[in-house]
Design a protein. Structure first.
Length: 381
């Protein structure tokens, strides 16, 4: 009797359990990996990049599996309209909770209301997250999203979707999260430094060209307006005034000959604004430590530190002047002035922009301390 009673109770309890008949299999949904936003012929064009997760799982399990990337595309009179047009052609439900990166074309950035449309939808739809990378490009969007990762790695491990891996090793262009983009886009006097992507043809696979995605510069936006973009060689000064900088090289040359390479870390900086003769000016202080992996000249420690200081000073000033050429406040000096001297900023700003010129940086104080990496092999005097 006890056995029969237990069986009946178990049977009754099992009817109270909820089942999984209404759940959706992962392979029956489209998970967006990267979102591209373009603007062509007065239409907002939306691209989505979808990665086959089952292929990733099989590859990580050691099975040979070709990595497939699928691209969806739709346009509309607005960003939201384009998204719904994309839904109409999708074979399965599109899931946005796995988006890792948003890429804006230059055309979309120049049309400020397109960016505002994207941010408005992002604020309202529950699946979107703010911890996604934000980037720009002038390359054809479809080519960018279709560029495969090297060494048979998934695109989720490329600079497009995982930029911090490269940045930790060589800190030149800092990746930007969407929440920081939104803050600087909407805040008075702030400047958005948006990483700029290109398709690099430098890699090969068995002598066959294997293009790769890389960061090649920075686009600057201020007061919800596109200012322009500068290439990597023109923005080398930005890294010295960036909190995320971890490890970055300084190359010391004599004409065209490389004398030494110093790898800098522990970069710290401060920017102090003040008024001088009725104009805003800034005093910049930068300090860092360095190691010496390469030395091909007879230079002592003091000489190396002085030469590094000269290179860094030149880079900070040259980048600043390049920014002035496109009317961009590359170091966010206007925002620093606004936070520290709001009364003066309100008197001086012109349509939300602080007037800056070549003399606005009054002084740059740089300190370099060589700590290791061959120091024992050079003279300390």
């Amino acid at each position: 009797m006890k056995l029969i009673r237990c069986i009946l109770i178990t049977a009754l309890l099992s009817t109270l359990l909820t089942g999984c008949w209404g759940s959706k299999e992962i392979e029956h949904m489209i998970y967006v990996n990267t979102l591209g936003v373009d603007y062509v012929d007065n239409k907002v064009v939306v691209y989505i990049q979808m990665v086959n997760f089952s292929g990733i799982a099989k590859k990580e399990a050691g099975q040979s599996q070709e990595q497939k990337t699928f691209i969806g595309k739709a346009d509309g009179d607005s960003f939201d309209n384009a998204i719904f047009n994309l839904y109409a052609t999708s074979p399965q439900r599109i899931v946005w909770s796995n988006v890792k990166t948003i890429v804006f074309s230059e055309a979309a950035l120049k049309k400020g209301n397109v960016v505002n449309q994207v941010l408005d939808v992002w604020d309202r739809y529950y699946e979107f997250r703010y911890t996604v990378w934000t980037m720009a490009t002038s390359e054809p969007m479809e080519d960018v999203l279709n560029t495969p990762s090297i060494a048979d790695l998934s695109v989720i491990y490329s600079q497009l979707n995982s930029p911090m891996r490269t940045y930790e090793q060589n800190s030149i262009i800092a990746p930007l999260y969407l929440y920081k983009f939104i803050w600087k886009w909407r805040e008075n006097a702030e400047t958005v430094l948006l990483p700029y992507l290109k398709i690099a043809p430098d890699w090969t696979n068995n002598k066959v060209p294997s293009p790769n995605i890389s960061m090649s510069g920075i686009c600057f936006l201020q007061n919800e307006q596109f200012r322009g973009c500068l290439k990597s060689k023109d923005i080398l000064g930005v890294r010295w005034l960036e909190k995320k900088t971890q490890r970055t090289p300084v190359i010391i040359k004599d004409d065209k000959k490389v004398l030494a390479v110093i790898v800098m870390n522990k970069v710290k900086f401060s920017i102090r604004p003040k008024m001088k003769h009725g104009k805003p000016v800034f005093v910049i202080k930068v300090s860092m430590q360095g190691t010496l992996p390469e030395l091909s000249a007879n230079l002592n420690r003091n000489d190396l530190e002085l030469k590094a200081i000269k290179v860094i000073d030149d880079q900070i000033r040259e980048t600043y002047l390049k920014g002035l050429e496109i009317n961009a406040d590359v170091y966010g000096l206007s925002g620093i002035f606004y936070r520290n001297l709001p009364v003066e900023w309100n008197k001086l700003n012109v349509k939300g922009i602080l007037p800056l010129d070549s003399s606005s940086i009054e002084k740059i104080d740089i300190r370099v301390n060589l700590t290791s990496g061959g120091i024992s092999k050079i003279e300390n005097q």
